[in-house]
Design a binder for this molecule. Structure first.
Ligand SMILES: Cc1cc2nc3c(=O)[nH]c(=O)nc-3n(C[C@H](O)[C@H](O)[C@H](O)COP(=O)(O)OP(=O)(O)OC[C@H]3O[C@@H](n4cnc5c(N)ncnc54)[C@H](O)[C@@H]3O)c2cc1C
Length: 290
């Protein structure tokens, strides 16, 4: 790790300039992914550009629509009761990521830009239809998060670009969301399968639904067929059986949409079976038929 240059810009334009100046430059936030990768020799940046001095990346605006700066740490989010209440799935995922020490420095931007298929906070953000605000040499552009992941460890960020913030649109009604993951150990571990679901309820019906799966495909994925099985379904107490049937269809759709990875933690066959189980559970949480 010798010979790595360090820059601590105080404006986004300075950061872009630094990133542009060096082919092998990378942003660094908490460093909980990047420093490990550098130590292992998996990434060899010649310049690291710190997010610490970039005010825009630390913005936190909780309203009907919310903005979460890329450099917001998980602990900061978990300390904001308004955000925790409104974004249950995101808070649940943040609570499960690493331990307390990791959560104190790890950021949402770092988790998403690292682009692991198992990135904890990716599926909740997908389920909230999040958009990412990206700043670069050509100005600011906004991209749907579902188009941001281009492969394991790869994103839509071009040279000289950095992630500024996540934009979370307002709910169309009463919002309910949840996150679940399957892990092999009880303590700090990475998900073998994860899933998030979010529904907006209007007049006791599901007006809008989103289901996203993680640690299954090469990138965290929204399953539109699962949402289609849920939209229009009644949330009335008397219709619990209708919701159970819809959950079974949605969970099966997620299994069909999975092209599971095979790795040291689980076979693709196991993941394929488990994604259906985990999606059914997370939807049970959200639709109150657990
Ligand atoms: C002990 C341990 C346990 C962990 N457990 C989990 C877990 O359970 N689940 C999980 O998902 N992860 C886990 N992680 C991984 C890691 O903690 C998370 O992915 C974390 O959110 C990364 O955030 P960071 O701020 O530390 O990112 P960094 O390491 O600083 O950066 C990660 C990547 O994102 C890029 N980046 C960061 N910010 C920006 C930006 N604003 N614009 C453009 N690029 C940017 C960096 O260049 C780098 O490539 C664990 C790590 C450790 C060490």
């Amino acid at each position: 790790m010798t010979g790595v240059q360090y820059a601590r810009p105080t404006s986004t334009s300075e950061a872009i300039e630094a990133l542009r100046s060096d082919d092998a430059a990378r942003m660094i936030a908490g460093g909980t992914d990047l420093m490990v990768q550098m130590r292992l020799g998996h990434r060899r940046p010649s310049l690291v550009v710190d997010t610490a001095g970039l005010t825009e990346l630390h913005q936190l605006d909780c309203g009907p629509a919310s903005v979460i700066g890329a450099a917001t740490t998980l602990r900061t989010m978990l300390g904001e009761p308004g955000l925790v209440k409104q974004y249950t799935a995101l808070a649940q995922s943040a609570n499960l990521l690493g331990g307390r020490q990791i959560q104190a420095v790890a950021t949402f931007g770092g988790n998403v830009c690292n682009a692991s298929p198992a990135a904890e906070t990716a599926t909740p953000l997908l389920a909230y239809d999040a958009e990412v605000e990206i700043a670069g040499p050509d100005g600011v552009r906004v991209v749907a998060l579902r188009d941001f992941f281009t492969g394991p460890g790869e994103t839509a960020l071009a040279r000289g670009e950095l992630l500024v913030a996540f934009r979370l649109p307002a709910s169309a009604g009463i919002r309910r969301s949840a996150y679940r993951r399957l892990q092999l150990r009880r303590s700090v571990d990475i998900a073998v399968v994860s899933a998030s679901a979010c529904v907006d309820i209007v007049d006791e019906r599901i007006a809008h639904a989103r289901v996203a799966i993680g640690a299954v495909n090469a990138v965290p994925t929204i399953v539109d067929e699962a949402a289609a099985a849920l939209e229009g379904v009644s949330m009335a107490a008397a219709d619990a059986d209708v919701r159970r049937d819809a959950i079974a269809v949605a969970a099966a759709a997620c299994r069909s949409a999975s092209r599971p990875i095979d790795d040291v933690r689980a076979s693709s066959r196991y993941r394929s079976a488990m994604v259906e189980v985990i999606v059914a559970r997370v939807l049970g949480d959200v639709l109150g038929v657990g």
